[in-house]
Design a protein around this ligand. Structure first.
Ligand SMILES: [Zn+2]
Length: 190
């Protein structure tokens, strides 16, 4: 009888990689196999790209995506200056797009990924949207309303609880912020 361990080498290498998103990756992608299998990797990378785009437009570099059943259904890059809208934080932009996409202002079961700890306005919006879980990269010591300046999601009386995960993409999110403010200081002092 043929032993399963005697399978051809091709069966156990690149071809065996079936990722969570259902995409069968070729051998070239196997180099980054570890991050691809991290469920937070793909959405946080998308949020980081949006953050970088915001920074390139002169906005504070924050990006967010909304994920439902493994699919990104809303994307947001911070754009209060460009949109002339004080509410146009990345999270709000992403929530609006996601709600429009599913045709429901309640995003039950959806997760929001954002590069920086949300402010009080955005934390409130997460509750209104019935977001299941917020995943943020790095803390915002002054305006952060999840764990830093206040713990808004823990407030008594809220009729919805949002789970919190902190840390995925933290280094890159922080680097984008530091670079942005370093360049802005350099530009204002020249
Ligand atoms: Zn905000």
């Amino acid at each position: 009888m043929r032993n399963v361990l005697d399978r051809p080498a091709t069966m156990t290498s690149a071809a065996a990689c079936l990722c969570r998103d259902g995409v069968r990756h070729n051998g070239r992608r196997m180099a980054d196999r570890q991050p691809v299998h991290d469920p937070h990797h793909r959405p946080m990378r998308a949020a980081l790209r949006l953050a970088a785009e915001a920074g390139a437009r002169g906005e504070v570099p924050v990006g967010a995506v909304v994920v439902l059943d493994g699919t990104i259904i809303g994307r947001g890059a911070n754009r209060p200056i460009g949109a002339v809208d004080p509410t146009a934080h990345a999270e709000i932009v992403a929530l609006r797009q996601a709600a429009a996409y599913i045709g429901n202002y309640r995003l039950t079961g959806a997760d929001l990924y954002v590069t920086i700890e949300p402010c009080a306005m955005c934390a409130g919006a997460l509750v209104h949207a019935r977001i299941r879980r917020v995943v943020f990269g790095t803390r915002e010591p002054r305006a952060g309303a999840i764990v830093s300046s206040m713990r808004l999601l823990d407030a008594p009386g809220l009729n919805h609880r949002v789970d919190v995960i902190e840390g995925p993409g933290a280094d890159e999110a922080q680097h984008l912020m530091q670079e942005f403010f370093r360049q802005r200081r350099a530009a204002s002092s020249s």
